[in-house]
Design a protein around this ligand. Structure first.
Ligand SMILES: Nc1ncnc2c1ncn2[C@@H]1O[C@H](COP(=O)(O)OP(=O)(O)OP(=O)(O)O)[C@@H](O)[C@H]1O
Ligand SMILES: [Mg+2]
Length: 321
């Protein structure tokens, strides 16, 4: 893919802290105007990746370009041209919502003449019209999140980094927040978002799954769902914990995880239904219901992480420090 259409282009990006590789030879591209989701468990290396792309610190190895700028040589240019919003985004509690946006407009160098109009535009974009004169400390979590977004994009950046921007916000507000992100992407803004919420991953054009510093999957949500080599059964039974350990011992079971009262069991083929029943009854576990089901992104994510974890356990010498 050429640099003209890629907002982000990363090749073998690596960050070591001492001998520990927090990000390990990661490569991906984000075409302009697309939304890229970076998923991964705690400590996978998502924030470290974002920090390198924002020019906060340089990589130990590999290279990357953001909006055509080199992440090492042009770090200052990158900082001016991106929006960055994290869970710990700093808003000034004693200022009103409008004053916060005005403050960030000044910091990001929005020309004085355009500021009033641009701030008003951001208030409209975030739907903050009825809250613009409220003190930020009195706003709910969801409104603070929208205000933080308004502050992060007040200088009209073509690239937006969201690092767990919706953590701790209720599902309806998260959906509404993502509507705003979609609207931004529709105007040509490129978005890189990290999240732990699998429903949010569905909003992305492409997904990268990180685990222990590595990018272990890189595809669209639909491609990822198609990539599951196996069949998922949802099983409700009398003793899920015992059922889980029994199923984990069987070679044709690829993965088992608990989702509320349900076990998600990924097996190699549909005809294993009877074998599951037999195994359960041999252990004295009653099956309340069992049905073949379509794997969600969460199932895929767990399966990918589990597969990589097993590979690393089987080949300890190949594991990085
Ligand atoms: N400055 C640092 N010095 C040493 N180790 C670090 C530093 N920053 C991050 N790490 C380590 O690098 C690994 C990746 O951290 P990172 O914050 O990128 O993970 P993450 O995927 O963002 O996790 P989370 O979902 O919890 O935010 C972790 O093991 C972390 O402890
Ligand atoms: Mg993080």
């Amino acid at each position: 893919m050429s640099e003209q259409v890629s907002a982000v282009s990363v090749h073998q990006l690596t960050k070591r802290f001492g001998s520990f590789a927090a990000v390990d030879q990661v490569s991906f591209e984000i075409p302009r105007g697309e939304i890229f989701g970076l998923l991964g468990p705690n400590g996978a290396g998502k924030t470290t990746t974002i920090r390198m792309l924002c020019g906060i610190f340089p990589p130990s190895d590999g290279e990357g370009r953001v909006l055509g700028f080199d992440i090492v040589k042009d770090a200052e240019e990158i900082k001016k041209n991106i929006g960055y919003m994290s869970q710990k985004f700093s808003l000034y509690n004693d200022l009103t919502a409008r004053e916060n946006i005005e403050f960030y407009a000044a910091i990001y160098g929005v020309p004085r003449k355009q500021r009033t109009e641009r701030v008003q535009e951001m208030i409209r974009m975030a739907g903050l019209e009825h809250h613009s004169n409220e003190r930020t400390q009195n706003l709910s979590g969801a409104w603070r999140q929208r205000l933080a977004l308004a502050c992060a994009v007040v200088h009209n950046p073509p690239m937006l980094f969201l690092d767990e921007a919706t953590a701790g916000v209720d599902p309806v507000s998260r959906r509404e927040f993502w509507d705003l992100i979609y609207d931004l992407a529709a105007t040509g803004v490129t978005v890189l978002a990290t999240t732990h919420y699998m429903d949010e991953a569905e909003y992305c054009n492409m997904i990268g799954m990180m685990y222990r510093g590595e990018l272990i999957a890189y595809a669209s949500p639909d491609e990822l769902k198609d990539s599951l080599h196996g069949v998922l059964f949802q099983v409700e039974c009398s003793d899920p914990m015992n059922a889980m350990s029994a199923l984990e011992e069987v070679p044709w079971v690829q993965d088992v995880s608990i989702h509320g009262v349900l076990l998600h069991v990924i097996v190699d083929k549909s005809s294993r239904e009877k074998a599951i029943q037999k195994l359960m009854s041999a252990r004295g576990i009653g099956i309340i219901r069992m049905e073949e089901s379509i794997a969600s992104l969460e199932d895929i994510f767990i399966a990918f992480v589990e597969e990589r974890r097993k590979q690393l356990e089987d080949a300890p010498l190949a594991v990085k420090e």
